[in-house]
Design a protein around this ligand. Structure first.
Ligand code: DHB
Length: 551
């Protein structure tokens, strides 16, 4: 279903031919007016060119279904590093509203919605976008020549309409869930919208080397943040109020971007690509179904979905499943995380109860309470495992697992025992590819799968521990709590999402909560991978959290 329902998109202004010098915020700077990309990578200065925009008009349907006509300035494909490896990915777009429903708005001090469109840890480019939302819902739009991302993750398989905020995507729709393109919604709310591209795992150069594997994507997103902050006062929006968003792999990267703000462990990578010398800390993180904590995800997956059958009806290898599950128990004990709401220390023994009480039963309750009496009756008649006392839904963990049904992934879910030999399914061995290096497309990142594959004395490649730290937000929240992290978290997950374990985002939320951060974490009842069912609330949360009054 590829359609573009763009109602109107008109170029009103070109780049001023004589706009050589502009004074912004009292600083006179040379605008790179001749550089139509609006960037200045060629000069190495990474100075934002305020005049290099076009003016566009589009119609945005907000989360409540109301249409808004938005006129906005659009800066396209600004290269955000001075030594790019691949500008098609290492560039960002900026959209700034100037008129909403006929009313002039000033977004100079507005929060910045920093929306990545990464899906499946694939490359994502905004360089060819013709307006806001060009990165889609998180699908890793790839320019020609790069691996197509359309074969990628279910969350992102459908194309997002670039100016309509909401759409139903296939996977989430099947499991009952709405997918949303946040950039148009942010724009219509009066925020500055920045859409960064980033390298991804499938990019390969002529020498056969993979140049977008870990940690490329997070390094690029940090470089994009640094570009904005280096241009504080020049670039529209409040660079101290950056709200990062992403879904799935993009959610993982958004969480990581938030957790790892200003961590020095990325410095050498940032230097390599000529990132601006500025802070990469962000104010807030929005993460939908983050596929993160990858090196522990196989164990968590078996703890969660271990006894659920595959969609083929097959049971996964229960010996493998149990071994992985016991790894989760050990990992979870080591985290020493307290459950939110005074639950006590989370363990593999009590995590089912924690999920039920903290998230799943409240989620079902919210869902049922919102239904009409007749619809609720129908739903309850179909789902007799739920007890409804008129106010609250209760059920057991075993019944919940049965209700979700088929698990999406085999065991192990992430670090495969054997690597794919044909590349027709871009998501097969996705995380092995993410940890690939040089000409090696796939590598193991857990000792367990490595040894299953290569024998009991095999050792992980020596760089893997560092790569894992670079890619895992839990490292920055639990192992080495990072003072530069975001303090505001919005985390969401569909209750039927078996792309990873339900514990992954719950651990992330508990870790941030334990550090005293402001955490909003909810599960969408019966929703699948990639769902976003309260986008309007998120857009409001931005203003509230930022202390922003609309202009
Ligand atoms: C995504 C989904 C996955 O199942 C996965 O392993 C990695 C990424 C995604 O939708 O981005």
């Amino acid at each position: 279903m590829k359609h573009r329902a763009v109602k109107r998109r008109s170029v009103v202004l070109g780049i001023g031919a004589t706009a050589g010098v502009a004074a912004v915020g009292g600083i006179a700077l040379t605008a790179q007016a001749e550089n139509k990309k609006g960037g200045s990578a060629a000069s190495g200065a990474l100075v934002f060119a305020p005049d290099a925009y076009t003016t566009l008009t589009t119609t945005v349907t907000d989360a409540a279904g109301t249409e808004h006509e938005v006129t906005y300035r659009f800066w396209k494909a600004i290269t955000y590093v001075s030594k790019p490896v691949d500008e098609a990915y290492q560039s960002l777009n900026i959209s700034v509203p100037v008129k909403i429903d006929g009313k002039t708005v000033d977004a100079t001090g507005a929060p910045i919605l920093f929306a990545n469109s990464v899906g499946g840890y694939m490359p994502s480019s905004v360089a060819e976008a013709t307006g806001v939302g060009g990165g889609g819902t998180g699908g890793g739009t790839a320019p020609s020549g790069a691996a197509s991302a359309s074969a990628a993750p279910s969350a992102t398989a459908s194309s997002a309409d670039s100016s309509t905020g909401t759409e139903s995507g296939s996977a989430a729709q099947q499991a009952g869930g709405k997918m949303v393109s946040l950039p148009p919604l942010g724009l219509a709310a009066g925020y500055v919208v920045v859409e960064p591209g980033a390298r991804g795992r499938t990019l390969k150069n002529s020498a056969g080397e993979y140049y977008g594997t870990a940690p490329a994507a997070i390094v690029d997103l940090k470089a994009a943040v640094r570009y904005l902050r280096a241009n504080k006062g020049r670039v529209p929006g409040d660079t101290d109020r950056i709200f990062s968003t992403g879904t799935s792999a993009g959610g993982a990267l958004s969480a990581l971007l938030g957790a790892s703000g200003d961590s020095p462990i990325y410095d050498k990578y940032l230097k390599e690509i000529g990132a601006a010398d500025a802070s990469d800390a962000i104010f807030a993180t929005g993460a939908w179904c983050p596929i993160t904590d990858l090196e522990h995800a196989d164990g968590a997956y078996e703890w969660n979905w271990g006894t659920n059958k595959l969609s083929t009806g097959a049971q996964v290898d229960q010996t493998v499943s149990k071994e992985l599950k016991s790894q989760f128990a050990e990992y979870q004990a080591g985290l020493k995380l307290r459950g939110r709401g005074g639950f006590g220390t989370l363990t593999a023994r009590n995590y089912d109860e924690y999920l039920l009480k903290t998230y799943l039963q409240p989620s079902a309750t919210t869902y049922l309470a919102a239904l009409s009496a007749a619809d609720r009756e129908t739903y309850l008649a179909k789902n007799t495992f739920i007890s409804w006392d008129g106010k609250n839904a209760t059920f057991t963990w075993a019944d919940f697992l049965t209700h979700v049904g088929a698990r999406k992934k085999d065991a192990p879910a992430f670090d495969l025992f054997t690597f794919p030999t044909d590349s027709s399914d871009a998501m097969a061995g996705d995380i092995n590819n993410e940890f690939g290096q040089g000409t090696e497309q796939y590598r193991h990142f857990t000792l367990y799968s490595l040894r299953e594959d290569k024998g009991s004395s095999a050792r992980l490649a020596s760089d893997i521990p560092e790569k894992l730290r670079l890619m895992n937000p839990m490292h920055h929240l639990v192992d080495q709590p990072n003072a530069g992290r975001t303090k505001h978290w919005w985390i969401r997950l569909g209750s039927s999402d078996s792309d990873t374990a339900l514990t992954v985002s719950a651990n992330l939320a508990a870790a941030a909560d334990q550090l005293g951060d402001d955490v909003s974490h909810l599960y969408y009842w019966d929703a699948g991978h990639g769902a976003n069912e309260d986008a309007g609330d998120f857009i409001e949360w931005i203003a509230k959290t930022a202390g922003h009054k609309s202009a």
